[in-house]
Design a protein around this ligand. Structure first.
Ligand SMILES: [Zn+2]
Ligand SMILES: [Zn+2]
Length: 301
């Protein structure tokens, strides 16, 4: 591998989700920076931040858009992928359209085993629902000047609030973030390549242990996306030299050894949405370097 490994960047967003570049502009940017392989990895269905995302019924169009690009840029390997949110922001995460996803080159699962993201999702959803009720009641009050109508609006408000709180309680009981074991179960239905998007490796090592984590990833053919930009820094601004820590940097020797001996695969990326200081596509090279320094295996596409 090493020097012969193609220079690629495998996690990038376009205007199909929350990126600012059109797919064509994104490919042009990658070419400008000297990359010979570029992955287009827009968000699959998610409620996170109310962002734009690719829905199940749009996957076929998304893939034909990428096919068109391939015809235009014959010297660049353009890969099709979607990033799948496995937190509570994606209500579809237990019911993914595998047949459609299998037409992609790969999928990236984000927030695997990251419970804090699901807690955050719960709070955001609850706040969204409450804001909606308050707005509805306000609208009703504005139209009402009779006291009895005001009373019925208040009763309705209390009733609706209770209904929503019950719905939230039911929702909380039946859902949560997916963990690595859930992804391994899903892996059997996926014929495309599968990776974890900028996973919190320290967290995963804590949960599964260094050796077992490497074993699970390798045996189930799940690669690790290493994000070299500041966007998915493990800790912000702790390393004065570069100002951030990569999501797979400074892991234990035990994990590094296990990753080498089990042949866990890694792919370099920047998770580019804009291409500024935080998202810079050229920072993919930080990840490429980290993979090379550790003598880990590159995921091939
Ligand atoms: Zn995004
Ligand atoms: Zn992303």
């Amino acid at each position: 591998m090493g020097e012969n490994y193609p220079s690629g960047t495998y996690h990038n967003h376009t205007t199909w989700s929350d990126g600012v570049y059109t797919p064509e502009q994104l490919v042009e940017r990658a070419i400008q920076l000297g990359f010979t392989e570029v992955g287009i990895t827009d968000h699959y269905l998610t409620l996170k931040g109310g962002i734009n995302c690719v829905k199940s019924e749009q996957i076929a169009d998304y893939i034909s858009m990428i096919d068109q690009l391939r015809k235009k840029y014959l010297n660049t390997k353009i890969l099709s992928s979607l990033e799948i949110d496995v937190s509570m922001f994606n209500l579809d995460r237990n019911n993914l359209p595998f047949d459609k996803l299998n037409k992609l080159d790969y999928v990236l699962f984000e927030y695997v085993d990251e419970q804090d993201v699901s807690l955050w999702a719960k709070t955001e959803m609850r706040r969204g629902k409450m804001l909606q009720i308050i707005q509805d009641v306000k609208r009703e009050l504005e139209q009402t000047n009779k006291p009895e109508e005001l009373e019925s609006a208040i009763v309705k408000y209390i009733q609706e609030r209770e209904d929503i709180q019950q719905a939230l309680r039911d929702f909380e009981q039946t859902s949560g973030v997916l963990n690595l074991e859930d992804i391994i179960k899903m892996r059997k239905s996926l014929t495309c390549k599968v990776g974890l998007a900028h996973p919190n490796m320290e967290n995963l090592i804590k949960i599964y242990g260094a050796e077992d984590l490497a074993k699970f990833l390798s045996e189930n053919d799940i690669f690790v996306d290493v994000c070299g930009s500041a966007r998915n820094s493990k800790k912000d601004y702790t390393d004065n030299k570069r100002g951030f820590v990569l999501n797979a940097e400074n892991l234990s020797e035990e994990f590094n050894d296990a990753a080498r001996s089990y042949g866990v695969k890694f792919s370099p990326s920047s998770d580019t949405h804009k291409d500024n200081e935080r998202d810079s596509m050229k920072d993919t090279l930080n990840a490429t370097q980290l993979i090379q320094i550790n003598d880990w295996a590159f995921q091939e596409f």
